[in-house]
Design a binder for this molecule. Structure first.
Ligand code: 8YV
Length: 312
């Protein structure tokens, strides 16, 4: 049974209120003296609510000796050390599946926005450049392009199933081939050489840190695009900025960055990149469903020591 819950962040006000109605809820983000709080209350905390964005540091976890469960808002768990959790018998849940459609839709949206130059087109119409200068420059067609998906998990497959009817040929890179009809690549440079558009939809964390490096970007080439809805850490960001500045690749559509929300300002100066503020799952419908699943996981643990969507 759970009594005291530590919330690292507000998941959504109505759902945080639900938690506060049922549990003794402490908001870590609102606590002024964290040290005093942890000394006094750390051993009473049996559950943590967090998010993919904030995770839970091992240092903080170590201050919660009776922690049983972590329920996280979001599908990524790169900021929670699952090995450390397993070693301590701490169970962890995330919110998979319910965000897949919105994230895949965002990936497709960024792909179209990058190739068709949506943001520049909006400015062209809005600012009067259209009436002053005539038509804007031609853009690139999506149909007929080769889409190289890095990570064909749930989200990667949802992207592929949207891209196929738009006339894209699909190839993918992953740890192992999957039972699908798409071409498998076990080498990222080979995938990049084959692809016109590199779509990043793999998990973050140590295993994928910086795998999209200068070699991969130069293999993608001057007509190639990078779309990233995975994690900023997957890309060698200075190499990506350099590739965009020097036309090593044609452009990018990016939802994720190294240092969020303090994105490298070099991106803002580039006109061959479409930027989105890590908001692929940011719809009312999906965020409500994610918050509800966080609450449901916590209640399931409280009532029957079970998690609905465990990852550890
Ligand atoms: C989260 C995400 O909404 O699910 C993930 O892994 O990155 C986003 O969908 C966001 O990080 C909330 O913290």
């Amino acid at each position: 049974m759970i009594r005291s819950v530590l919330a690292i962040t507000d998941i959504r006000p109505a759902y945080t209120a639900l938690l506060a109605g049922r549990y003794d809820l402490h908001r870590f983000d609102l606590i002024k003296d964290a040290e005093a709080f942890l000394n006094e209350t750390g051993d009473k905390i049996t559950a943590v609510v967090t998010s993919a964005r904030f995770g839970l540091s091992v240092e903080l976890m170590d201050r919660l000796p009776n922690l049983e469960v972590i329920t996280s808002f979001g599908v990524g768990h790169d900021l929670i050390d699952l090995e450390a959790c397993r070693a301590r018998g701490i169970r962890v849940s995330t919110t998979p599946d319910i965000l897949t459609d919105d994230v895949a839709d965002t990936a497709i949206m960024l792909m179209h926005a990058a190739l068709r130059n949506l943001v520049k087109g909006d400015d062209w119409a809005r600012s009067g450049k259209w009436s002053a200068n005539g038509p804007m420059a031609l853009t690139r067609s999506v149909r007929g392009k080769k889409l190289g998906i890095v990570g064909l998990g749930r989200i990667g497959q949802a992207i592929a199933s949207r891209a196929e009817p738009s006339g894209l040929e699909i190839g993918y890179f992953g740890r192992n081939p999957k039972p699908v009809d798409y071409q498998f690549f076990d080498d990222l440079v080979e995938l990049a050489r084959w692809a016109d558009i590199l779509m990043l939809s793999c998990p973050g964390g140590a295993a994928t840190q910086g795998i999209i490096n200068a070699d991969v970007l130069s293999a993608l080439g001057a007509d190639g695009f990078v779309i990233n809805i995975a994690r900023g850490s997957v890309v060698d960001e200075p190499a990506l900025i350099d590739a965009l500045q020097n036309n090593v690749i044609a452009g990018a559509g990016l939802d994720v960055f190294y240092n969020e929300p303090h994105m490298d300002r070099a991106f803002a100066a580039l006109d061959n990149v479409v930027l989105y503020p890590h908001h692929a799952s940011g719809t009312v419908e999906t965020r409500d469903a994610m918050a509800q699943l966080v609450v449901d996981n916590l209640n399931a643990w409280d009532e029957r020591a079970e998690l609905i969507t465990p990852v550890a």
